[in-house]
Write a protein that binds this ligand. Structure first.
Ligand code: ADP
Ligand code: MG
Ligand code: MG
Length: 299
């Protein structure tokens, strides 16, 4: 049967973050996607201004009830990204439980969007709720370094500490944990990714051993918006295509993502990468997903 993903993430009218970064890549990689929009904004929040509305827990519960009543809540995957409120996060936990009732083998890929580069961009209580109630439900967790530190309550300054953080998170539930970007002391030109899996499953659902890997990625000296969202979607798709080979799935996801970043840099040019973030500059720096369709499919 075709994989079917329920993806709860932001929607922006213009540009690429949240579901705008997830739906197209998942579709071109052959997965069916049902998107739910956790917010609908004019553009991402890094622009000088944004307008729009946020979705609350009651509204999510209504959609879930409608899907369930029509026997449409039989997805193989749940993917969640930015969730702005406690009420929505609680509804996600309930949604996940409902989905597992219909699909006992549901894979929940959770991007615990909490912050970046040392700064929380959600309320502290939301971070605590993630740690207490969402991490235990997730199959695959894809925090950046700051999020992994926030969820485990310690700083991560080495590969060893990254693996220890992964182990702490495995112990709470997720069989696969990927710290999508770390800065290691003495290596400012690199982004290091650390991936760890316990019990990777083969296509028949049999359990295997443990694997861990790290990857060194050339750091582009600029900040991009939506990279984590795109990574989570690509990883979900490639883990579906390579269920017993986490290293392969990670390589393909990073390969597609780096192709998008290279094309984004080429398109916007060095001047815009260094420029102050006016609306015009933000628009120029939007990820070039559509232009990289071929590389997403064959990275
Ligand atoms: P988030 O947006 O959630 O903070 P990350 O910063 O971890 O997510 O980005 C996810 C992936 O995007 C990284 O693993 C890396 O492959 C890529 N990436 C993000 N920023 C850069 C950058 N400046 N240079 C190169 N790759 C990047
Ligand atoms: Mg980041
Ligand atoms: Mg992120």
């Amino acid at each position: 049967p075709l994989p079917r993903v329920l993806s709860v993430q932001s929607h922006v009218v213009h540009g690429y973050v949240g579901n705008k970064c997830a739906v197209f890549p998942l579709q071109v990689l052959g997965l069916e996607v049902d998107p739910i929009y956790s917010v609908q904004f004019s553009n991402h929040t890094g622009y000088p201004l944004f307008k729009g509305a946020v979705f609350d827990g009651e509204q999510l519960r209504a959609l879930a009830a409608g899907l369930e009543a029509n026997k449409l809540l039989n997805h193989t995957h749940l993917l969640t990204g930015y969730i702005g409120s406690l009420s929505l996060l609680e509804a996600i936990a309930d949604l996940c439980a409902m989905m597992k009732k219909h699909s006992p083998h549901l894979t929940y890929v959770c991007d615990p969007v909490l912050g970046d580069e040392g700064r929380l961009y959600v309320a502290r209580e939301l971070a605590d709720a993630y740690a207490a109630h969402i991490v235990p439900l997730a199959s695959v967790l894809v925090p950046n370094q700051f999020e992994a530190e926030t969820l485990t309550g310690g700083s991560i300054g080495s590969l060893q500490e990254a693996l220890e953080a992964c182990d702490k998170l495995h112990a709470r539930g997720p069989h696969t944990v990927i710290i999508t970007s770390m800065g290691l002391p003495g290596d400012p030109d690199a982004i290091t990714l650390v991936a760890s899996t316990r019990q990777p499953q083969d296509a028949g659902g049999r359990l295997g051993g443990a694997q861990a890997m790290c990857m060194r990625i050339d750091r582009i000296k600029a900040y991009f918006t939506g990279t984590g969202d795109l990574f989570a979607a690509l990883l979900l798709a490639w883990m579906h295509h390579h269920p017993a080979d986490l290293a392969m799935a990670v390589e393909k996801a990073v390969g597609g993502l780096q192709a998008v970043l290279a094309e984004t840099v080429r398109h916007c040019g060095a001047a815009a990468l260094a420029a102050e973030r006016t609306a015009e500059v933000c628009a120029l720096r939007e990820l070039r997903l559509i232009q990289c369709q071929g590389q997403l499919q064959d990275p």
